[in-house]
Design a binder for this molecule. Structure first.
Ligand SMILES: O=C(O)c1ccc(O)c(O)c1
Ligand SMILES: [Mg+2]
Length: 627
């Protein structure tokens, strides 16, 4: 399948757009007229430049307000079309997108519009060009692909076809299954866009909030399945109007778009096995069963302090690594690695960020498949030289330079602890059993990229975004998780450095792990045991517990026990949730200990503002800026 992207979808000047589009792997572009007009060079120059980048001009667009006009406007519209045909020939493209008219004087009538398109088809045919008709969701008379198709059908011209755009169909809640009735060879082009479900004016929604397939809430996969079922053989192209993308990283947005298309085509191919879809095979989304380890880059006094923190959290140090300045800390199924190496990735991380999480290990069904799928999605594999007796553990680059390693049991990679550390069984410690979730902090504008990253490689879904209030701003939080909750990652997007998350981010870069949530089956006994080891929970004020008592009915004594240990509480329709926070270390990292009642699906979001306020108070006490 050939893939394309409209030049409006990404930021930058025309040349940098082309470079990014070619580097990401697309076969071609849709030239948006505005981009051409703003460019200082002849149409021949533009055509040459595009082809020099190895790209095709798949489409020129848009040609507006064409059909159904009264004379003399009608004749003028044909004159305009002839000029644009000249331009297309100079550019070297044979297809123009005509979007349904929004003209105040446009007269409705399917046959009138069909007659106009027949004549346009005649004129296009004389020059070897083709015309595609797209129903805009807000078109004056035509705003539904079924009506546009009827006009194309009646225009009855080989050079006139239909253009489908997932946004226009899905935003109006038109059933995409209706596309299956259209002959595939009369569909000349397919544009794809997703969007978050927001109630707003269609035109405004379309021009500002579209995003990449899989990033929003529309059923783009259902739409594409219907398109492919028609026998459509043409290109699929992203047409994304998005304010954030227009100011975002040109290359990053182009890469995300390509990733979204590869994942979408793969989803369609799997959902419609009877169709022959021409694409390189890639392994299915990989199942994950949890966080296998979290690795910190650290050094010297900071390393000793972190060891102290881990000891108060009930961890025990297993042996050191056979070749490296690396130690393993274990408790239950939790493994934390402290890396003090002065070369390689951990060293880079240490130099850039000081003590920080430099590597996340995921337990997956197949490590090899993970790297193969990620590579097909345009993600870089990662490797470092391996020493004697070390396992070659497959790894990928996350976004902004982070690293994720993959362990599986099928190929024995999860024996790394015995092989490289001589580690024996993990102690029970204070009863912390596993990593429940990791929280990554990032700039708000990176959230869609990270959501797409996890949800296209792994069998993980995103849940709706929630707002978390910090006394100094808003943080947006989105969860990506495996269907059974075995792996959960919360992505927290900060807009301003005044929030606690934003401050943490400003002292780092990329999407650092800010907190690690450790599960226990009995939070009261675990926290009591930890306090005996010197753990100090984040203090939670009386007002919180007064409010809790007003909101919930607790069995006698429970609230007092929570308060005594600074445990926070939440409940949903499925179960109860208890959580305790550690104090922050290393510039704002912290641990959380949780007990998740069976079925509770959340993360204690209602408690987040009180946790953040408590953390900020502690910073003030320490004489640091409160934000
Ligand atoms: O917003 C618009 O005007 C517009 C133009 C061309 C398109 O293909 C489209 O989907 C929308
Ligand atoms: Mg469109």
């Amino acid at each position: 399948m050939r893939t394309g992207i409209a030049t409006v979808s990404i930021s930058g000047d025309f040349r940098s757009k082309l470079e990014a589009i070619a580097a990401a792997g697309y076969a071609g572009i849709e030239i948006f007229e505005q981009d051409f007009i703003a460019f200082d060079g002849s149409p021949q120059d533009v055509g040459r430049m595009v082809r020099d980048h190895g790209l095709d001009i798949m489409l020129f667009q848009p040609f507006r307000d064409f059909e159904g006009l009264p004379e003399p406007l009608r004749a003028k519209a044909f004159d305009r079309a002839e000029r644009k045909f000249d331009l297309m020939q100079a550019l070297g493209t044979d297809l123009v997108l005509v979007c349904s008219s929004c003209h105040k004087q446009a007269i409705g009538g399917i046959d009138r519009a069909a007659a106009d398109f027949h004549e346009l088809g005649e004129r296009a045919a004389r020059r070897g060009l083709r015309v595609g008709y797209e129903a805009l969701a807000w078109g004056r008379h035509v705003n539904d692909h079924r009506d546009a198709w009827e006009i194309v059908r009646r225009a009855d011209h080989p050079n006139v076809g239909l253009i489908l755009d997932s946004f226009h169909t899905l935003s109006r809640k038109i059933d995409p299954e209706t596309i299956r009735r259209i002959p595939g060879d009369k569909i000349f082009f397919v544009q794809l866009a997703d969007a978050p479900l927001i109630e707003m004016d269609l035109l405004y929604w379309s021009r500002h909030f579209r995003n990449m397939p899989g990033e929003g809430d529309l059923d783009v996969t259902g739409f594409m399945r219907a398109v492919m079922a028609t026998g459509y053989q043409g290109p699929i192209s992203l047409e994304i109007f998005n304010d954030q993308f227009r100011q975002g990283s040109t290359r990053g947005v182009a890469r995300d778009g390509y990733r979204s298309l590869v994942a979408l085509i793969d989803d369609v191919a799997r959902a419609e096995p009877a169709l022959h879809i021409d694409m390189p095979a890639l392994p299915a989304r990989v199942e994950t069963t949890g966080v296998a380890f979290v690795e910190f880059a650290t050094r010297g006094a900071e390393a000793r302090a972190l060891e102290q923190t881990l000891a108060t959290l009930g961890f025990t140090q297993a042996n050191r690594h056979r070749n490296k300045a690396v130690s393993l800390w274990q408790q239950g199924d939790i493994r934390i690695v402290l890396n003090e190496e002065t070369t390689g990735h951990a060293d880079h991380s240490w130099n850039a960020r000081g003590t920080s999480v430099c590597d996340i290990g995921l337990q997956v069904r197949s490590a090899k498949d993970t790297v193969a799928r990620a590579t097909a999605l345009g993600i870089e594999p990662f490797s470092q030289p391996i020493g004697p007796g070390e396992l070659d553990i497959p790894a990928i680059r996350g976004l902004s330079g982070s690293v994720l390693h993959m362990l599986d049991s099928g190929s024995g990679l999860d024996h790394v602890w015995e092989a490289e550390f001589g580690a024996t069984d993990s102690p029970k410690g204070a009863g912390l059993t596993r990593i429940d979730h990791l929280a990554q902090t990032m700039s708000y504008e990176d959230m869609l990229s990270w959501t797409l990253f996890y949800s296209t490689i792994f069998d993980m879904r995103k849940s709706p975004m929630v707002d978390v209030t910090d006394p100094d701003g808003l943080v947006r939080s989105q969860v990506v998780e495996a269907p059974d909750g075995a792996l959960r990652i919360t992505l927290n997007g900060a807009d301003t450095h005044r929030t606690l998350a934003g401050r943490f981010l400003s002292e780092s870069f990329g999407a650092p792990v800010q907190h690690i949530a450790l599960a226990t089956d009995d939070i009261f006994s675990s926290v009591t045991a930890l306090i005996a080891k010197g753990f100090t929970p984040l203090p939670i004020p009386q007002n919180y517990y007064d409010d809790l008592a007003a909101r919930f009915d607790f069995p006698p004594g429970l609230m007092e026990r929570m308060q005594a240990l600074n445990i926070l509480y939440d409940r949903d329709d499925h179960g109860e949730f208890f959580q305790v926070y550690s104090k922050a270390f290393a510039g704002g990292l912290f641990f959380e200990i949780i007990q998740r009642g069976s079925g509770y699906r959340g993360f204690g979001a209602p408690n987040a503002p009180f946790r953040i306020a408590a953390q900020k108070r502690l910073r003030q006490v320490k004489g640091m800026p409160s934000t």
